[in-house]
Write a protein that binds this ligand. Structure first.
Ligand SMILES: C[S@@+](CC[C@H](N)C(=O)[O-])C[C@H]1O[C@@H](n2cnc3c(N)ncnc32)[C@H](O)[C@@H]1O
Length: 274
């Protein structure tokens, strides 16, 4: 999947016939996707054909063919019953269906459906919960990646984009980046990391597909940053430029739907803390 900047939507990118999926899969260790176990039986579920066939190969090479069945389906299409994909409901679910945004691969629906239709009550769900943290930062470098600047085409000749274009919010698409690769003096953290969403996957609490979180936070200069590995941090460009000084109260609004997150700081929301 990639973001098409022209239409502002995520779309699949077709690879040429000679593209070596197997190598890519092996390199990125895409193998264990969604395991459900009952007694001695294990069902591995994968919707993407090259990954499923790689998983089958790896399972065969390790001698687990009789124990692990790979089903090439989206988990929400799995059937349960004597002729189904699962003979009976499973009692353990292990799933790694997360992207940088956590929910971009449809994890919310995947767990919601699994708990309702594929799992016994009181089953073990791994992972059982996840939290999303946000931190407000200021950076003219990062901001320039999302804004059109005047272009110097020849000495004395500059193309200045119209204001309508420079003030365009652009798409709300996430920009994944490893913050450790951005020089520390190129951005300033204006708040500590704030927990904006907590998801429970066990079925004890219902999973909301749409939520809004509003929190007033005080602007500070912070040197704390969330440590991340494997998955990258994600930059979300705010729709409006907001001027903030240390001590200001800022209202951070975080939203999520089934697949994505987005953030805003209403312009009028920041005021001096007296
Ligand atoms: C995040 S990747 C797994 C990455 C791997 N565990 C690793 O660490 O490199 C998630 C995989 O699960 C598959 N997937 C996601 N949701 C699924 C679902 N509901 N049913 C079946 N497969 C799913 C995707 O096609 C993808 O191959």
């Amino acid at each position: 999947m990639t973001v098409n900047p022209i239409i502002g939507k995520k779309e699949w990118v077709e690879k040429p016939d000679y593209y070596d999926y197997y190598q890519e899969i092996a390199r990125s260790s895409y193998m264990l996707i969604c395991f459900m176990m009952r007694n001695d039986s294990v069902i591995a579920c994968e919707v993407f054909h090259p990954v499923a066939s790689c998983a089958k190969d790896v399972i065969k090479q390790n001698g687990f063919e009789d124990k692990i069945k790979v089903v090439l389906k989206h988990s929400t299409e799995l059937t349960v019953g004597p002729d189904g994909d699962l003979k009976e409901k499973a009692n353990i679910l292990v799933a790694e269906v997360f992207d940088t945004e956590l929910i971009g691969e449809g994890a919310l629906r995947t767990f919601q459906h699994a708990v309702k239709f594929l799992l016994e009550p009181d089953c073990i769900v791994i992972p059982s919960a996840a939290s999303v943290y946000a931190q407000i930062i200021e950076s003219s470098l990062i901001s320039s990646w999302n804004t059109l600047s005047p272009v110097h085409v020849a000495p004395g000749k500059i193309i200045v984009p119209p204001k309508k274009v420079t003030s365009c919010h652009g798409s709300a698409a996430v920009h994944d980046v490893q913050m450790s690769q951005i020089p520390q003096d190129k951005f300033t953290a204006l708040t500590d990391p704030i927990c904006v969403f907590k998801f429970s996957f066990t079925g004890e609490k219902s999973i909301e597909m749409n939520e809004t979180f509003i929190k007033q936070v005080t602007a500070i200069n912070s040197d704390k940053a969330q440590w991340r590995d494997h998955w990258m941090q994600a930059i979300y460009y705010l729709p409006d430029v907001v001027n903030v000084s240390a001590g200001d109260k800022i209202t951070l609004t975080a939203y999520h739907d089934e697949y994505s997150l987005w953030f805003a700081i209403p312009k009028a929301s920041n005021k001096k803390n007296n």
